[in-house]
Design a protein. Structure first.
Ligand code: RTP
Ligand code: MG
Length: 156
């Protein structure tokens, strides 16, 4: 860029409870790295109802909200800060459409086709904009600027 800042874009990726319980974490990490992302930080965490509700607050008025919160609190999630040029859009493309049952047909090589089940249990999350990415990274991690490639396992 004009100020000489060559920092790459960051996004917040999450392996949801069905992905963790289904033992897809390693397979997903391999797709992440093979697709050119660096994993800056990662953390396994059990969300409680309050935290899951804040994370997905944009959906609080939706009919599926209570079911979504039950799903997201059903087991631990693995959150990762991914870094790469165009990370936000490229990660959303890689995970595929929200409804994993449709992804299996229309985007068979997507991550949701690999490990998801339906419109709710779709095994992964990705920030949908720069604003969301900044909010979601700071939701989970204190220092959003450092990329230490550390693994944090806490709150379990
Ligand atoms: P995410 O935020 O988790 O990356 O997923 P997304 O952008 O593709 O989809 P979004 O519309 O933001 O929905 C958030 C999550 O809510 C669940 N959902 N259930 N039952 C339903 O019709 C329904 N629709 C969405 C999914 O787990 C979805 O990822
Ligand atoms: Mg979303």
């Amino acid at each position: 860029s004009s100020n000489g800042n060559t920092e790459k874009e960051r996004t917040l990726a999450m392996i949801k409870p069905d992905g963790v319980v289904g033992n897809y974490s390693e397979a997903i990490r391999k797709v992440v790295v093979d697709s050119g992302f660096s994993i800056c930080k990662e953390m396994t965490i059990q969300l409680d109802e309050d935290r899951a509700s804040i994370f997905y607050s944009e959906h609080s008025s939706k009919s599926f909200f209570s079911s979504l919160i039950r799903y997201m609190t059903s087991g631990p999630v693995l959150v990762m800060v991914l870094e790469k040029d165009n990370a936000i859009t490229d990660w959303r493309t890689l995970i595929g459409p929200t409804d994993a049952s449709k992804a299996k047909i229309t985007h068979p090589h997507s991550i949701r086709a690999m490990c998801g089940q339906d419109s709710q249990r779709n095994c992964v999350h990705g920030s949908d904009s720069l604003q969301s990415a900044e909010r979601e990274i700071s939701f989970f991690f204190d220092d959003k600027y450092s990329c230490e490639t550390v693994t944090i396992h806490d709150e379990l």
